[in-house]
Design a protein around this ligand. Structure first.
Ligand SMILES: Nc1nc2c(ncn2[C@@H]2O[C@H](COP(=O)(O)OP(=O)(O)O)[C@@H](O)[C@H]2O)c(=O)[nH]1
Ligand SMILES: [Mg+2]
Length: 348
């Protein structure tokens, strides 16, 4: 056995629907990681453009890797194993957090973490599922097979966005969480995913089983390998599209020279009304800013990302925006100073 062998890295899966606050929780946990510990994060977003990596990137003590392109459970073959093995080898983390896409099925991810190849390297601890208590009244959510399995497989169940919930909604969440069987190791409500890092060490109960292990096997028409990334040119971003499971995601990677006007961009991102989620990092002058629109509200904050501007939009497939128009609107937000005579090109 090599002395450098990696063993028993405490590992947690952070699950929950799109927009519930998983990445916010991961950031919050990283900020409160014990001093001197190195944590690693593997994120996977539904879209093909890796924006979460930029969103989580700030904490210096963490290594963040993103596996773009569909859902973790679809990239379960070589891409997940290879990325995970490389992340462990390079980061040699004291803890690993994995955020699968909100539409992904956690059971198969857990299976990979527990399979022979990783059983020694990883010590799988509590799976933490975040839910939005306001949405527990919606049968569309509570009957959703992926949602039910996220809840079923969770050791720790968190009602997040408590600040946006009424007392009645919070009480309903607590009652519903208490009825889960087998009982959860921990139930709590949080704001901005501010979980107590100690909850991560709750025991993972391997007896928790998916109710719908096949729930995810339908409706994909994206490739099962992350697409090779083509190179954008100034004014000619690379566009990536991913559809399936009733969702239509479209993202753009811009050339590092493309800079944007903050105000016009905010207006344009608000204007993509039929997208449920819009997330991007943009260079605006000397600043790099993370724009995040969820449930209609747009937040803007500084980002540690410095590589290129990139954005990802996710919409319901039956009301997806005209992506050509979105691309034109984004390009129109570039700094007026640059490339005044540049020809408009039609995307592939
Ligand atoms: N008001 C409020 N907003 C939150 C809370 N947690 C997360 N958010 C916001 O919800 C949006 C989605 O959060 P994110 O962590 O990216 O969700 P994810 O898709 O599950 O990773 C972001 O704009 C967050 O700032 C919360 O507790 N309260
Ligand atoms: Mg996220």
């Amino acid at each position: 056995m090599s002395p450098a062998k990696i063993t028993n890295v405490p590992t947690n899966l952070i699950t929950g629907f799109l927009g519930v606050g998983k990445t916010t929780a991961v950031r919050s946990l990283l900020e409160r990681a014990p001093a001197g510990q190195r944590w690693a994060v593997l994120v996977n977003e539904f879209g093909e453009v890796a924006v979460d990596q930029a969103a989580v990137a700030d904490p210096a003590a963490a290594t963040v890797r993103e596996l773009p392109g569909g859902c973790l459970c679809c990239t379960l073959g070589a891409p997940l194993r290879v990325t995970l093995a490389r992340l462990l080898r390079e980061a040699r983390p004291d803890r690993l957090l994995i955020e699968p896409t909100g539409v992904g099925h956690p059971a198969r991810v857990l299976d990979v973490l527990r399979e022979e190849g990783f059983a020694e390297a990883l010590d799988v601890r509590a799976t933490v599922c975040l839910v939005d208590p306001r949405r527990l009244q919606e049968p569309k959510v509570t009957r959703h097979e992926t949602f039910r399995d996220q809840v079923e497989l969770a050791d720790v169940l968190i009602g997040n966005k408590a600040d946006l919930c009424s007392e009645a909604e919070l009480a309903h969440f607590r009652g519903w969480a208490a009825e889960q069987f087998p009982p959860k190791a921990r139930v709590a409500t949080t704001r901005d995913g501010a979980l107590d890092p100690a909850w991560l060490d709750a025991r993972a109960d391997p007896e928790r089983k998916a109710l719908f292990p096949g729930a995810h096997e339908h409706g994909h028409d994206h490739g099962h390998e992350p697409a090779a990334v083509a190179q954008p040119l100034p004014g000619q971003p690379v566009r990536r599209r991913n559809t399936g499971q009733g969702l239509d995601a479209c993202g753009w990677l811009f050339h590092p020279q493309d800079g944007f006007d903050r105000d016009r961009l905010a207006e344009a991102l608000r204007g993509i009304e039929s997208a449920d989620r819009v997330k991007g990092v943009f260079r605006c002058g000397d600043d790099w800013l993370l724009f995040d629109r969820a449930e209609g509200a747009l937040s803007v904050r500084a980002s540690a990302w410095r590589s290129d501007s990139r954005v990802e939009c996710i919409a319901r497939a039956d009301r997806a925006p005209d992506w050509d128009a979105v691309e034109s609107a984004l390009l129109a937000c570039r700094d007026r100073a640059q490339h005044p005579g540049e020809p408009r090109t039609t995307p592939p």
